[in-house]
Design a protein around this ligand. Structure first.
Ligand code: 0PR
Length: 357
């Protein structure tokens, strides 16, 4: 008890971002921070009571639809990408007829799909990759009559790679399965690339896109979008004592701060601000890749603003001692995510520190 009182919250500061090179979270935009605080005590899970934030959620989905190329979007603001991915698998499982459902995904799929599979008693089949990208032929070999969903990743967690989404959607179509795209991280960069991933054009059913990552909203605002409201029907649970009589979300009480900050960030930044951020972050990532290559390292990327390099020395501990927050891929490569808070001068001093070793 004594100890807890001594280490009071007063005066404690959160991690600042000036040496964070590994996170997919970032500094929220100032208007997002302000909106989050204003809506801190609201619950979009109870739209009958908290009408304003419920209306704001509609606006958030409209904006996410504009960003992803979906003209009549349905969806809601989740608690991060994990909830969105779990819910997509839940939709696929609930609407299918099989008792033995499986989901086919590339090996690069985020570990939230493993959580989904375990929770929902669905088999997760992962296909080997081709140069860090989903191999559609290998995915096809895993598809059978019990396949309820196919997953594509648009901006993979480890390498920042975009899978061939239209081909995966076609496989899903042929198998009569749901096509889910995980653009949790990449979604706010993709509109400014030449990637073939647009929602309606690529025939996607559901998509994860997280405002709390590249969207610069408050942590942990996530987004789940669907091509039509009916896609959510298999999730409806009766809520007899609320003013609204059914709920499709996974969590009950939800973050009004997440919803409000998402709208604030997107209204401030879509499209010009996000475009500018994409260009700056890509330039920074390309600069870093060049610097690392010039030093003889084997570099992958940037396809989106993420670079990995085989530094062949286990130096993450030394870098951590100097304050750098870096991480490695499953294969041991150094992985740098060029989020909005990662500036050229930060990268310059990082490279200077690497030279020092
Ligand atoms: N899908 C993709 C493609 C992701 O990269 C992530 C998270 C998720 C889904 C899950 O999103 P939530 O974490 O919002 O539920 N990717 C990072 C990861 O797990 C998240 C992260 C966050 C990493 C903070 C580092 C960090 O410091 O690696």
């Amino acid at each position: 008890m004594q100890k807890v009182q001594q280490a009071g919250i007063e005066g404690m500061q959160p991690q600042d971002f000036d040496r964070v090179l590994t996170s997919m979270c970032t500094e929220p935009h100032p208007v997002a921070r302000e909106a989050a605080e204003r809506f801190l005590a609201t619950n979009p899970g109870d739209p009958g009571t908290y009408q304003t934030v419920a209306d704001l959620e509609g606006r958030a989905i409209e904006l996410l639809g504009a960003i992803t190329g979906l003209s009549d979007p349905a969806g809601y603001i989740t608690s991060g990408g994990t909830e969105a991915n779990i819910q997509a698998v839940r939709i696929a499982r609930n609407r299918a007829e099989t008792n033995n459902p499986n989901v086919v995904a590339p090996k690069s799929a985020h570990f939230s799909f493993r959580k989904a599979a375990e929770l929902l008693d669905v088999e997760l089949r992962t296909a080997p990759m081709k140069n860090h990208r989903a191999n559609v032929g290998a995915m096809n070999e895993l598809v059978d009559r019990d396949t309820v969903a196919l997953v594509g990743v648009a901006g993979s967690t480890e390498y920042g790679v975009v899978d061939p989404i239209p081909e995966i959607a076609e496989l899903a179509n042929d198998a009569d399965a749901l096509c889910h795209v995980d653009a949790a991280w990449g979604g706010f960069y993709l509109p400014f690339t030449d990637k073939d991933w647009q929602f309606e054009q690529a025939d996607i059913d559901t998509l994860t896109i997280d405002p709390h990552k590249v969207g610069q909203a408050a942590v942990p605002a996530g987004g789940l979008l669907a091509r039509s409201a009916e896609i959510f029907d298999p999730l409806a649970i009766d809520t007899p004592y609320l003013e609204t009589t059914s709920q499709i979300t996974l969590t009950g009480t939800r973050s009004g701060a997440g919803v409000a900050s998402s709208v604030a960030a997107m209204e401030a930044l879509w499209p010009g601000g996000y475009r500018e951020q994409y260009e700056i972050s890509m330039d920074n990532a390309a600069w870093l890749a060049e610097q690392l290559e010039a030093r003889g390292h084997d570099v992958f990327g940037p396809e989106l603003p993420l670079v990995t390099a085989d530094l062949s020395v286990p130096m993450t501990d030394e870098l951590r001692d100097r304050g750098w927050r870096v991480s490695k891929t499953g294969s041991g490569e150094l992985r740098i995510v060029c989020m909005p808070h990662v500036t050229r001068s930060m990268l310059r001093s990082f490279v200077a520190d690497l030279d020092w070793f």
